[in-house]
Write a protein that binds this ligand. Structure first.
Ligand SMILES: [Zn+2]
Ligand SMILES: [Zn+2]
Length: 281
């Protein structure tokens, strides 16, 4: 009876030691440490209004980040540069899984009422990708267990900031009301302040003209200046308003002349910008 008890205690001790060592390996992983330092720099950038106005393109964003992070923006384990994954609301992540333990770290962005927060998480680009053919190792299972634990403690984040989308939708609604009142013609669209002024009678809240994340005013599409709405060939593809600055994950809100709002990835934005000659201030 006593022997059985000691055996169980020994097994328990081994499990606890394994759990602890895995946890320590996870906490002190050099890649996680580097991303943590990068995340604190991101915090500084997104608390600085002057810096935010400079984040017009992913390249500019990365340049400003590189200037402030005093180490390479690459994984110490694989050597691969960290990449932006705008579609997943991931700011920077391992471009490939680590050599010894097959997982990636990433900086996840959350938009809260208090501001922007950045934290390091274990991340897989798609659920399918984690289903590898080889049998999962004990460590792998432990890592995934810890990963599950961390996600229980943190409620799921919204990949698309709803308040920016709502604002853009409301700006579009004010625009449509103006157009109905003025013989189907667009208002002056060449100057932000002027457009805001003529649309102000159609809203009670001037806050809708600004992105809640970047605090920058949405810019009107100058090509639509005083243009009659019926002359647009593709209203659903013609931007009415757009963001001059990108969100922390590289996405940019764009409102369209048919009333809908979408978030453009950097490559989608390049196409839209070229096609409609949208200036960035
Ligand atoms: Zn890494
Ligand atoms: Zn926005």
């Amino acid at each position: 009876m006593r022997k059985k008890k000691t055996l169980w205690l020994a097994i328990l001790a081994v499990v606890v030691v394994l759990l602890l060592s895995t946890y320590v390996a996870f906490i002190s992983h050099p890649c996680r440490q580097r991303l943590k330092r990068t995340a604190s720099v991101l915090n500084e950038i997104w608390n600085d209004r002057n810096l935010i106005t400079q984040l017009k393109t992913p390249e500019g964003y990365q340049r400003i980040l590189k200037e402030r992070v005093n180490e390479p923006l690459a994984c110490p384990d694989t050597g691969a540069p960290y990449q932006f994954f705008p579609e997943a609301s991931i700011v920077l992540a391992d471009a490939q899984p680590h050599k010894t333990r097959k997982f990636r770290f990433a900086i996840e962005w959350r938009h809260t009422k208090k501001g922007e927060t950045f934290r390091v998480v274990i991340w897989s680009p798609a659920a399918k990708a984690s289903k590898s053919k080889s049998t999962p190792s004990f460590f792998r299972i432990l890592f995934e267990f810890i990963w599950q634990l961390t996600s229980w403690f943190n409620p799921p984040f919204r990949p698309r900031p709803a308040d920016c989308q709502t604002n853009l939708r409301n700006v579009n609604m004010a625009l449509m009301m103006y157009i109905q009142d003025y013989d189907e013609k667009f208002p002056p669209m060449k100057n932000v302040a002027r457009t805001q002024l003529v649309l102000s009678p159609y809203t009670h809240n001037m806050g809708i003209f600004f992105c809640p994340i970047t605090k920058q005013p949405y810019r009107p599409n100058p090509q639509l200046h005083h243009k009659p709405l019926p002359t647009l060939y593709y209203p659903a593809e013609t931007p009415s308003f757009y963001e001059p600055v990108i969100h922390p994950d590289g996405l940019r809100g764009v409102a369209y002349a048919d009333g809908h709002v979408r978030f453009a990835t950097p490559s989608q934005w390049q196409t839209i910008q070229k096609r409609y000659k949208l200036p960035l201030p």
